[in-house]
Structures are given as structure tokens and as C-alpha cells.
Design a protein around this ligand. Structure first.
Ligand code: 13P
Ligand code: SF4
Length: 311
């Protein structure tokens, strides 16, 4: 190993040790999303997709939850478990898709479709959740839409996940025009060329990808569903169309399988804001505390609880 690489690995090891000690001292748990940097995932107590992390947040009994992910995820943890101190290590780690819908936009859309039930992707602010009938994640969106007692669904804010659901249900799904800039960077021509390079690989993409990309794939799944799929598959080559962070765990879990990324563009800058130093600072300085106004929290919790009852 190169000298600089050895020094870097040593720095990582020291930070991970410090974080483990601080975590005990602060009575904290670290939750991390599957897209976090490998070294951040390695220091977490639990790594998962949005649904698993929401479930986990309800059962945490430590005083502090350090949420390594983006703002809406830490907010969901606070909504579900308000007596805990929830820390987001990098306060600027947001989700551009969640920011594509404001409360006023949703109210306007609701007025336009008064008979529609509002299904809101968890990638949304607490205020949007509070104004919605029920939440969903990429792991359960179809089940949630089918479970809702309405034939007309207003699906916000991800038009691509909404389209993915619309293609599988008899219900009328009205799509709000939000999207994930990271998954949208995976263009059909990138996937076609990756498929041509690896013709024997199974193609697995995230439903936040555009419809044209989903049509080119063998299967579209949430991040944890992808992990399960690859683990259980008898194939040994995979082309993965989602954020690069997921490949870390996938490769660790499947040392005998070959995992390719569908594109170098699949990096979410917001998910990559959190470094080990950010986690260390979060525990040392109790930053950044995530709070949700109580009135909004109660309404947002209702939408999240309804989702957790469906599955
Ligand atoms: P999941 O891990 O729930 O599939 O979510 C993907 C995502 O884009 C989170 O921001
Ligand atoms: Fe938001 Fe997309 Fe990044 Fe997920 S990957 S946090 S949806 S921008």
C-alpha cells in the first residue's frame, strides 16, 4: 500500500475509535443510509433504506440518534421518536427532490384534485408529510397506493417513483413533477452502453430512475431490496443503477459476485457531505439538533404511522 494510503487508513481507524468512545459516553446510536460513505457506514450501528431506518428510529432507546443521511431522514426520526435528541452531522445535507415541493404547491394541487388521496414519498419535508394522507418509501409505494381508500392518488414529489407505481396499479395516479437529480443522471444511453459492455449482468435499478431506464432494467427495487435480491440471486454479475454508496455493502456481502455501477454519475453530493469528521463533531458538540414544531410533528407522524401500519 502507498504511504499516503496507509496514513489515510490510520486516520480513519483513529476517528472510528474516537467515535465509538464518544458514542458510549453520549449514550448515542448511529443510523446511516445505504448511500453514505463506506467509512461512515462502517461506524454505524444500523445501515438501511428509508423504510428500515424509519422503523429503526421508532425503537431507539438511547438518548441521542446521530443520523447519517439527509435532512428529511433525520426529521423523520425526530417525528417518530420525539423524546430523543436527533443530530444531523452536516446541516446542509438536504435532498433536492424534497425541496422541489413547497407547502403552497401541495395546497394548490390538493385544491385542483379535491377527491384525491395524497401519498407522499418520505423524501419530503415534515410540512409536506403533515399535509399528506399517508407516506411511502420506494420499498412499499405500490402497497401503500393499493391500501389507500381512494381510486385517485396525488403522488408527491417524485414523478418517477409515481410513474413506476402507476404502471402497476388500476388506480389513477396524478404525478407531481419532482425528481431525484442523481438518479436522473442515469440516461438510457448510459445503461444501454453498460449493458453492451456487460451483456451477462443482471440489471437492477432504483425506481427513482426515469421510466426509460426502468424499462431497460431486469428489476427496479429500493436499496435494501436490491441488497436482498443480489444476495439471493443465483446470477453472479450485476449492473447496479443507484447511488454508489450501496455498492460498498453489496460487495462486502457478495465477495464471489461481480458488481458494476451503471454509471459514474450516480453520486449524490448531499449523501456524500457526511464524513467521519462530521460524525465526530456531531457527537462532541451535539450538532446539528433537528427539531420539528409540535403541531406539524403530530400531523406528519400520522402519515408515517399509517405507512408503517400498511407494511
Ligand atoms: P431507499 O434507500 O429507501 O431506496 O431511498 C433511496 C433514496 O434516494 C434516499 O434518498
Ligand atoms: Fe435526494 Fe436523490 Fe440524493 Fe436520495 S439520492 S437524497 S432522492 S437527491
Amino acid at each position: 500500500m502507498h504511504e499516503r494510503e496507509i496514513a489515510y487508513q490510520e486516520q480513519i481507524r483513529q476517528l472510528q475509535e474516537e467515535i465509538a468512545a464518544l458514542k458510549r459516553e453520549r449514550n448515542a446510536v448511529i443510523l446511516a443510509h445505504n448511500y453514505q460513505r463506506p467509512e461512515v457506514q462502517d461506524v454505524a450501528d444500523f445501515v438501511g433504506d428509508s423504510l428500515e431506518l424509519s422503523r429503526k428510529a421508532t425503537t431507539v432507546d438511547t438518548e441521542v440518534i446521530v443520523f447519517c443521511g439527509v435532512h428529511f431522514m433525520a426529521e423523520s426520526a425526530k417525528i417518530l421518536n420525539p423524546s430523543r435528541t436527533v443530530l444531523l452531522p452536516e446541516i446542509t445535507a438536504g435532498c433536492p427532490m424534497a425541496d422541489m415541493i413547497e407547502l403552497e404547491d401541495l395546497r394548490e394541487w390538493k385544491a385542483r384534485y379535491p377527491d384525491a388521496a395524497v401519498v407522499c414519498y418520505v423524501n419530503s419535508s415534515a410540512a409536506i408529510k403533515a399535509e399528506s394522507d399517508i407516506c411511502c418509501t420506494s420499498a412499499n409505494a405500490l402497497k401503500v397506493v393499493e391500501a389507500v381508500d381512494s381510486r385517485r392518488i396525488l403522488f408527491v414529489p417524485d414523478q418517477h417513483l409515481g410513474q413506476f407505481v402507476a404502471a402497476q396499479t388500476q388506480k389513477e395516479v396524478i404525478l407531481y413533477p419532482g425528481h431525484c437529480p442523481t438518479h436522473r443522471r442515469l440516461q438510457p444511453e448510459h445503461l444501454r452502453s453498460a449493458k453492451a459492455t456487460h451483456p451477462d449482468a443482471v440489471v437492477v435499478v432504483h425506481p427513482e430512475c426515469t421510466e426509460d431506464v426502468v424499462k431497460l432494467a431486469d428489476v427496479a427495487l429500493s436499496t435494501s431490496q436490491m441488497l436482498r435480491y443480489v444476495r439471493e440471486s443465483s446470477s453472479n454479475k450485476f449492473l447496479i443503477g443507484t447511488e454508489h454508496g450501496l455498492l460498498h455493502r453489496m460487495r462486502l456481502e457478495n465477495p464471489d459476485k461481480t458488481i458494476y455501477s451503471a454509471s459514474n454519475a450516480l453520486v449524490c453530493p448531499n449523501m456524500k457531505r457526511t464524513h467521519l469528521k462530521s460524525v465526530n463533531n456531531a457527537l462532541r458538540n451535539s450538532e446539528y439538533v433537528i427539531d420539528v414544531p409540535e403541531e406539524t410533528r403530530i400531523l406528519a407522524k400520522r402519515a408515517l404511522d399509517r405507512m408503517l401500519e400498511v407494511i
